[in-house]
Design a protein around this ligand. Structure first.
Ligand code: NAD
Length: 421
């Protein structure tokens, strides 16, 4: 829920803990378990030197923070950003614990980060920094312990370097130490589309509950990167009319519908969706208020607030982005009958296919894309149903319900395992 480098109204970690406090009251959580869950289990900070291209040596600071591993090894991405800070990484680690628990995959949560500006570094500097960071955190990561993945400004190549570095310390190849790897070295089919595909599966379930058809519905997508453009493409292929999309430079609208593949080709050619032939320009603020059936925020956190929530005219909001809706906005949307599919459910397809990648690496047996999507569909549909039932039972919104499900699963694991010694 935090963009590195951007001033935050509330420290990310404080906000993450206050969410646990809120849900603990709703579900009557054992205060002893709440106490455990309000801390990160392990926090590693490393300061490490890297030889730069100009011959100088620069010391970088990095973090690997494990919130919880009671349900299985920790899982979570690594971000490279000038503004990444410890509280942010702690909060992101906690959110990963909940995300994995909501979809019922056997992982706890972790997150990592290095304070750096990858846009100003050469490929060689990035590789040396990544390898040294991987070596520094190799004491706590591993296929049975903690499995990193890509996040902001890290990608399959960075994962390949981490896998190689870790493997060198062991003396044999360990593909299961990271996910999001290139296919050639143990990556999974379907990983690229996973977040958008998972988001689509929960939208499909939400439509069934609301008696809506995807075919013929209208959709608006804010953000046209990995999550957003693929979500637009899938919805279009399923018969929805994608009437507006945007990226950091602005948005475009066409009430007759846009062709997402053609829009992507335009963005790849010109650098933005803006200026797409036959479309009308809209701002990133206006795009959220366009009347539609399905709204997908797939860019930044904190875009749906108390100021604009009342003007949103949609039936379903599917949070492909992390943290797009503020708690005040949540309350307004709930009152107005908008069904919000919260981030820890709606974008959990990414970590779910990461889990499939890890399983395939451990088995050395690989599935094809249809098999991956069938398994993903089953997990996302089940998670949606579980969350929806809790929302009905507690008469709460889907976010609170998702947290009740997630925290309940982690609490159950503690009750069964007990507190050591
Ligand atoms: P990305 O970098 O591929 O794309 C981000 C998009 O948002 C770009 O099109 C960018 O132009 C646009 N954008 C940036 N600033 C904007 C602004 N002010 N207004 C409108 N658009 C703006 O990133 P992504 O991987 O698609 O991630 C998007 C969101 O989804 C993030 O919140 C991320 O945490 C979340 N998410 C992604 C994945 C995944 O697997 N990709 C998984 C879980 C969650």
């Amino acid at each position: 829920m935090v963009t590195a480098g951007k001033p935050q109204p509330l420290d990310a970690w404080e906000m993450a803990v206050s969410q646990v406090d809120h849900v603990a009251k709703l579900m009557n959580l054992d205060p002893n378990i709440k106490e455990v869950l309000s801390h990160c289990k392990r926090e590693l900070i490393v300061n490490f030197p890297v030889k730069m291209d100009d011959g100088s040596t620069k010391v970088f600071t990095g973090f690997r923070i494990q919130h919880n591993d009671v349900r299985g090894p920790c899982k979570g991405g690594i971000r490279y950003s000038p503004g990444v800070y410890k509280g942010e990484v702690m909060a992101l680690a906690m959110w990963m614990t909940w995300k994995c628990a909501v979809v019922g995959i056997p992982y706890g949560g972790a997150k990592g980060g290095v304070i750096c500006n990858p846009k100003e570094m050469s490929r060689g500097e990035l590789e040396r920094m990544t390898r040294r960071f991987a070596s520094e955190i190799s004491i706590i990561i591993g296929p049975e312990k903690d499995i990193p993945a890509p996040d902001v400004y890290t990608n399959p190549q960075v994962m390949a370097w981490i896998m190689d570095t870790f493997s060198m310390t062991r003396g044999y190849s360990v593909p299961g130490v990271v996910t999001g790897k290139p296919l050639a070295i143990g990556g999974s089919e379907g990983r690229n589309d996973a977040t958008a595909m998972g988001c689509y599966f929960v939208i499909e379930e939400a439509c069934k509950k609301l008696g809506m058809e995807i075919k013929g519905s209208t959709a608006v997508v804010q953000g046209y990167g990995n999550a957003g453009n693929i979500a637009a493409r899938i919805l279009h292929d399923k018969g929805a009319k994608v009437i507006a999309v945007s990226d950091s430079r602005g948005g475009i609208m066409n009430p007759d519908g846009l062709d997402p593949r053609d829009v992507l080709a335009h963005k790849e050619k010109t650098g933005s969706v803006v200026g797409y032939p036959g479309s009308k320009p809209v701002t990133n603020a206006e795009i959220l208020e366009i009347p539609c059936d399905i709204l997908i925020p797939a860019a930044l956190e904190g875009v749906i607030t108390a100021e604009n929530a009342g003007n949103i005219k949609t039936k379903i909001i599917a949070e492909a982005a992390n943290g797009p809706t503020t708690p005040e906005a949540d309350a307004i949307l709930f009152k107005n009958g908008v069904l919000v599919l919260p981030d820890i459910l709606a974008n959990a397809g990414g970590v779910t296919v990461s889990y499939f990648e890890w399983v395939q690496d451990l088995m050395s047996l690989f599935w094809d894309a249809p098999e991956i999507n069938t398994k993903l569909n089953r997990i996302m549909t089940t998670a949606f149903d579980n969350v929806y039932k809790i929302a009905q039972q507690y008469k709460c919104n889907m976010r609170e319900a998702a947290y009740i499900l997630a925290i309940g699963r982690v609490a159950e694991a503690y009750q069964l395992r007990g507190i050591y010694p």
